[in-house]
Design a protein around this ligand. Structure first.
Ligand SMILES: *Cc1c(COP(=O)(O)O)cnc(C)c1O
Length: 366
C-alpha cells in the first residue's frame, strides 16, 4: 500500500455528498463568476479567520500581488521577506518592479528570523512579508514592532496557515493585510486555483474588490486600472463545503504531528519546534534528517512519498542571480534546504498509515 504526501481522493470520498451538491448548485444556477456563492464564502472565511473583510481571488499569488499594490509598493522599492519559502512570495515583489530583500530563517522554526530583519531595512523599504511556513505563524510581535518603528507595512503570507494561531490570534489578522492560497493541497483547498486577501481595513478591502475585478464597482464604470483576479463560484462553493471541516482537519493534523514527534525521538531526527504561544496547523510536517536523501529513497522504496519544501532557497534561484546573493549568505536556510524532509500529512490519514511511516523511518535509522 502506497502512502502519498497528501491524499485528495480520500478527502473527496469523506465529504462527497456535500461537494457534489455544492458543484451542482453552481451548475444549476449558472452564476459562475463572483456572485452569491463567492460572497457567502468570503463572509464565512472571514468569520473563520476572525477578520472583518475577505476578498476572494483566483490564486494566492494574485492575492499577494494585490496586497503589494494596496501597500503602494512601487518600482524601485524594497520588500523584505524570507529566503525559505515558495517562489510566489518573492515573485510578486519582482512583478511590480520592486526588489525582494531576503533574510535568513530561525533554524528552529524555519520562519524569518526577526532579529535579522532590522539590518535589511533601508530608506527604500516599504513592506515586510512574513510567511507562516508549514502552517506555523512567524514570530510576529518583534516584526510588528519593527514595522511601527520604521513605518513599514506588514503583509502576512498565510498561504499555508488557515486557522493557525499566534498568541490566540488567527494567522491573517496580525498584519495590515494577509494572503491565503486555496491551492488544492493546502489545508483548505479548491478544485483548481483560488485564493483570498483578508484585512480589517475597510478602505483597503474596498480597493481590493475593485482591483481584482477590472477596477470597477459597477458593471461598466471602471474607476482604476485593475486585474482579472476574480474567484469563481464553483471554487467558492467547493471551499464553502469544505470550510466546516477545516477546524477538525487541523486538529487531526496536530494529533498526527504529535504522534510523529513522540515516535521519532532518539533517532537523531529533529522534529518540529513549536513555541508555546503558537498553535500550528501542520500544512507540512517537516523533520530534519541525517542522510536526508537516503531516508527519502528508503521511504520511496516502501511506497511512502516524502517531499522537500523547499530544496533551493530563493536567494540561490537562477531567477534571482541578478540580485547578487551568493552561497553562504543565509547559512541557516541553506543548511535547512539540505536536511529537511516533509512526511505524509493529511487529516484523512489513518493511524495504520501513520504507523507505517513511523516504522519505515525508524527502520532506516536502526
Ligand atoms: C501556495 C503558496 C503560495 C501561492 O499560492 P497559489 O494559490 O498557488 O498562487 C504563496 N506562498 C506560499 C508560502 C504558498 O505555500
Amino acid at each position: 500500500m502506497s502512502i502519498p504526501l497528501v491524499d485528495l481522493k480520500a478527502q473527496y470520498a469523506a465529504i462527497k455528498p456535500e461537494i457534489d451538491a455544492a458543484m451542482q448548485r453552481v451548475v444549476n444556477n449558472t452564476s459562475f463568476i463572483l456572485g452569491k456563492e463567492v460572497g457567502e464564502f468570503e463572509k464565512n472565511f472571514a468569520a473563520f479567520s476572525r477578520v472583518q473583510h475577505c476578498i476572494g481571488t483566483d490564486s494566492g499569488t494574485a492575492a499577494l500581488h494585490l496586497a503589494l499594490l494596496l501597500c503602494d509598493v512601487k518600482p524601485g522599492d524594497e520588500v523584505i521577506t524570507t529566503t525559505h519559502t515558495f517562489i510566489a512570495t518573492a515573485e510578486v515583489i519582482s512583478v511590480i518592479g520592486a526588489k525582494p530583500v531576503f533574510v535568513d530563517i530561525d533554524p528552529r522554526t524555519y520562519n524569518i528570523d526577526p532579529h535579522l530583519i532590522e539590518r535589511a531595512i533601508t530608506p527604500r523599504s516599504k513592506a515586510i512579508i512574513p510567511v507562516h511556513l508549514y502552517g506555523q505563524p512567524a514570530e510576529m510581535d518583534p516584526i510588528l514592532d519593527l514595522a511601527r518603528k520604521h513605518n513599514l507595512k506588514i503583509i502576512e503570507d498565510a498561504a499555508q496557515a488557515h486557522g493557525a494561531e499566534y498568541r490566540g490570534r488567527r494567522a491573517g489578522t496580525l498584519g495590515d493585510l494577509a494572503c491565503f492560497s486555496f491551492y488544492p493541497g493546502k489545508n483548505l483547498g479548491a478544485y483548481g486555483d483560488a485564493g483570498a486577501l483578508v484585512t480589517n481595513n475597510a478602505e483597503l478591502a474596498e480597493r481590493a474588490r475593485m482591483l481584482r475585478d477590472h477596477g470597477r464597482r459597477e458593471k461598466y464604470t471602471h474607476q482604476i486600472v485593475g486585474y482579472g483576479y476574480r474567484l469563481d463560484a464553483l471554487q467558492a462553493a467547493i471551499l464553502g463545503a469544505k470550510l466546516p471541516h477545516l477546524e477538525q482537519g487541523n486538529a487531526r493534523r496536530r494529533a498526527i504531528a504529535d504522534y510523529y514527534t513522540e515516535r521519532l525521538t532518539n533517532l537523531g531526527i529533529v522534529t518540529p519546534y513549536v513555541p508555546p504561544h503558537i498553535t500550528p496547523v501542520y500544512h507540512i510536517y517537516c523533520i530534519r534528517a541525517k542522510n536526508r536523501d537516503g531516508l527519502q529513497n528508503h521511504l520511496k522504496a516502501r511506497g511512502i512519498e516524502a517531499g522537500i519544501h523547499y530544496p533551493i532557497p530563493l536567494h540561490l534561484q537562477p531567477v534571482y542571480q541578478n540580485l547578487g546573493y551568493k552561497l553562504g549568505d543565509f547559512p541557516h536556510a541553506e543548511q535547512a534546504a539540505n536536511e529537511i524532509l516533509s512526511l505524509p500529512m493529511y487529516p484523512e490519514m489513518t493511524n495504520t498509515l501513520v504507523n507505517q511511516v513511523v516504522d519505515a523511518v525508524r527502520e532506516f535509522y536502526q
